[in-house]
Write a new protein. Structure first.
Length: 471
């Protein structure tokens, strides 16, 4: 096996610029890894090897000719199947869009190409992205490279599995309730949920509009924080198609500025228990940052349970109301996971103009109160989920003598979709079964650079990232 696939994307790019590494060789190594592992993992749903080879050959010619190279020149990446990608499938895991092939790239895809990235293919997702595990009637389930009997998470599970197993050097996911962060946590890699609008969601399906515009985002997934940073730099920036976007300038804090950030942490939210290893991972993260010179204190912000309840209205109730009409007359095309979701949604009182307006006002008031608390603690640490990666089909777990149900286990990510915080996940620990456990690093809106700087310090202090056993 080629050792090239294990390198961080930023190291790959540096070696290409120095002519120590061939883009052609690099793409071939990733294609070989896909051929070896994708039949076991089912992460990619389409790979265009011929196109990747053609682009790699052009990339190699540019290097030999001494042309100016982009930050990701020659780097093989993957794209979640919910993004427009010219000439490749954008089906979002549903039979309703089977065979849909866009004619142009989403803006963030175009930005990656302009930076020199080579797109290998598109990755699997649950139907219309409405699950924390990846399975659908089009392509079936995606398996976790740490244990193929377990899920890689959702909805960016295919993307996370591809990157964790070194079939891709990095890529793009989307997140309306943990869909970047839970898969990163489950597969032992890194992910960033930015502030809504910091990276344009233009060209994503389902469209980020209405209630989803305020909670749904798109962002990078990679094996290292350094790779997250470069992907973020390339993809960020306003776009007219995203009504939440704003011209926020990049500003990386100095080492001193980063060290002066006061950090608060909590091991659980007082409602949904987490496994002992998850609690230990958060504690380890806090202690590691304290040893690295940060001021770290126990702190549990007020308003978390209200944020969870409001998120439920935005995502579950409003989501069901938006999606159910799409399947009228095509109920047989519903995947079991989405059918279950829609049944849960339909069991709740539907939103009215008055109740939606009330939820909107409550959200804004809660955000104001929450951000006031973050004046003292600009960075928060907390669990990414109540449990590590679960076995396919599981729907409840016993944690600290309490039953944790499927829809409750991910509340730790849902808080911050509702509130609009940027959040990174970094692997920190392991479960008793050797499964990865990630920790969330939460910042204030539009301060992704601070989040990623602290994430980099945590990664350096813990060094928990490793190669899954399937490799």
């Amino acid at each position: 096996m080629s050792e090239l696939i294990f390198l961080p994307a930023v190291v790959m790019a540096e070696r290409i610029r120095k002519r120590e590494l061939s883009p052609v060789e690099l793409v071939e190594a990733h294609l070989a890894q896909i051929e070896k592992l994708n039949p076991k993992l089912n992460a990619f749903v389409q790979v265009d090897a011929d196109a990747a080879r053609r682009v790699a050959q052009c990339a190699e010619t540019s290097v030999k000719q001494g042309k100016t190279l982009g930050a990701l020149h020659g780097i093989p990446v993957s794209i979640k199947s919910s993004f427009d990608l010219a000439g490749m499938r954008c089906e979002s895991g549903t039979r309703l869009r089977a065979g849909h092939v866009p004619i142009q790239d989403a803006p963030l895809v175009a930005r990656l190409r302009a930076a020199g990235a080579i797109i290998l293919g598109v990755t699997n997702a649950p139907e219309l992205l409405m699950a924390w595990e990846t399975d659908n009637l089009l392509y079936g389930r995606t398996n976790n490279p740490w244990d193929i009997e377990r899920t890689a998470g959702g909805s960016s599970g295919g993307e996370a599995a591809a990157i964790a197993s070194c079939m891709s050097a990095g890529g793009v996911g989307s997140d309306g309730g943990g869909s970047i962060r839970v898969p990163a946590h489950f597969t032992g890699i890194c992910g960033l949920k930015p502030t809504p609008g910091r990276i344009p969601a233009t060209g994503h399906f389902p469209v980020a509009a209405g209630p989803f515009a305020s909670i749904g985002v798109v962002g990078p997934i990679a094996r290292t924080v350094a790779d997250l940073k470069i992907l973020f730099e390339i993809m960020q920036g306003p776009d007219a198609g995203d009504t939440c976007s704003a011209p926020v300038a990049l500003r990386w804090p100095s080492r001193e500025e980063t060290r002066n950030l006061r950090i608060g942490y909590f091991e659980d939210d007082g409602r949904t228990p987490v496994t002992p290893e998850t609690r230990a991972a958060v504690r380890r993260a806090a202690e590691s940052l304290r040893s690295a010179g940060f001021q770290v204190e126990r702190f549990q912000p007020d308003g978390l349970d209200q944020a969870r309840k409001l998120w439920w209205k935005y995502f579950v109730i409003a989501g069901g109301m938006l999606l159910r009409p799409m399947f009228k007359g095509r109920e047989a095309d519903l995947s079991p996971i989405l059918r279950d979701f829609l049944e849960v949604s339909a069991s709740q009182p539907p939103l009215t103009a008055d109740s939606l307006l009330d939820a909107w006002i409550q959200r804004d008031l809660l955000r104001s109160q929450f951000f006031a608390q973050m004046q003292r603690y600009p960075i928060l640490l907390c669990p990414a989920a109540a449990i590590p990666a679960f076995r396919h089909g599981e729907r409840s777990w016993e944690v600290d003598g309490k039953t944790v149900n499927y829809l409750d286990a991910w509340s730790y990510t849902e808080f911050f979709n509702l509130l609009g915080n940027p959040v990174a996940v970094v692997p920190v620990g392991r479960s008793s079964e050797g499964l990865p456990i990630g920790v969330q690093i939460v910042g204030r809106s539009w301060e992704e650079e601070q989040v990623l700087s602290v994430a980099c310090a945590l990664e350096s202090a813990c060094g928990a990232g490793s190669i899954p056993p399937i490799i």
